[in-house]
Design a protein around this ligand. Sequence first.
Ligand code: ADE
Length: 226
Amino acid sequence: MQIDVFTLIPHAFSWMTEHRPLAAVLGAELDLRLWSYRDFTPLRAGQVDDEPYGGGAGMVLRVDVVHAALDAVYAGDWSDRRVVALTPQGRPLDQELVEELAAEERLTLLSARSEGFDERVARHLATDAVSIGPYVLSGGELPAMVVLDAVARRLPGALRAESGAVESFSAALEGGLEYPHFTRPPEFRGWRVPDVLLTGDHGRIEEWRREQSRTRSSGGGLVGAR
Ligand code: ADE
């Protein structure tokens, strides 16, 4: 799979390439390319954004700048790929959408800073607009990293074989949340690991996990006691 990220802060992504899941699939299942809008802007002095028409705070990433970057990288034709603009107004990201994106051969992530994109980017240049949640961040880099991580961990070889990722993923696919995990020590400050997990009885453990997953999924997920 090829993923291209367009951003004003390409180096922000470098840590991700050194850790799983990205590190495990880079150069094999994943060809990741990081592009800076600034390297392609047709405007003077590396300008990429502008004041919003009608006034208001913040700057808006220009449609001509985004177009110039796509045009240069894809030689005028990006009709063969999913182009995702990250914006709080987009389709909410969930595991179903992650699976959909992970199944693509070619994926492009467009991130913006400050007040976001000129609306024409989402309307005319992108195929999708995606939000990672109902809140507003200061830019699309974190959302792009979220999508990148979620998609990369679905690629073959991304996860350690012995990890529970396959199971936890199937729980997620069924629309459920993952069951709770515990590890050593079996007791810490009086907080005990559920007895069933110490029995070695895989049938009962499986049953318990399924039940926990169901309870979590219907009850709004994990809640802290404090
Ligand atoms: N850009 C700013 N906030 C965002 C969000 N919640 N999702 C996607 N892109 C964003």
